[in-house]
Write a protein that binds this ligand. Sequence first.
Ligand SMILES: O=C(O)CCC(=O)C(=O)O
Ligand SMILES: [Fe+2]
Length: 203
Amino acid sequence: MELFNSEDLLNTNLDLKDADVIYFPAFLSPSAATSYFKKLYADTPWQQDDIKLFGKVYPQPRLTALYGNNDRSYSYSGIVMNPMPFTPLLLEIKDKVEKVTDVKFTTVLLNLYRDGNDSNGWHSDDEKELGQDPVIASISLGAKRRFQMRHKKDKSLRTNIELEHGSLLIMKGSTQHYWQHQLPKSKRITEPRINLTFRIIAS
Ligand SMILES: O=C(O)CCC(=O)C(=O)O
Ligand SMILES: [Fe+2]
């Protein structure tokens, strides 16, 4: 179902069992999205961490950066990330996101997928520092990439969303308990994509 919220932004409430997912395909204007992409691409101190999976160590198949307004670290896949202070640009984007989410975020994780060889495997954003029923607000900039979701128990339940340049995807409620998501590799994609996931890590 498509509807207009109070911001007059077109959005779709995905009708998924055990989940609450809302997609705003044109959350940012194309020109704002392009300007954010260029600045974040150039100015972010991107790092590539090693992840530990089943006792083996691999370079993570994307670059990341963490920013926050408290000093709480964020740990996943054997990585501990410590936040840098928010930049004015990230605060500007955070303000825009908070106008539609009704919550105040403490932290943003940036992902840079350099091309279609970079990816993010199946997972839930269910680390304990995110608390119960986390609200995750995800901005996409640059190349359009496929975002996949699957139900953890009912394997027949799956969905794909093509995340547009300038879009916002909100996952909340029980979504992380019952669903996993991933960003698969894609041979056709040669352009970079930046993703920002705003989160709350309570202090
Ligand atoms: O790049 C994306 O759209 C997903 C990122 C993600 O799932 C994460 O960082 O936890
Ligand atoms: Fe995630």
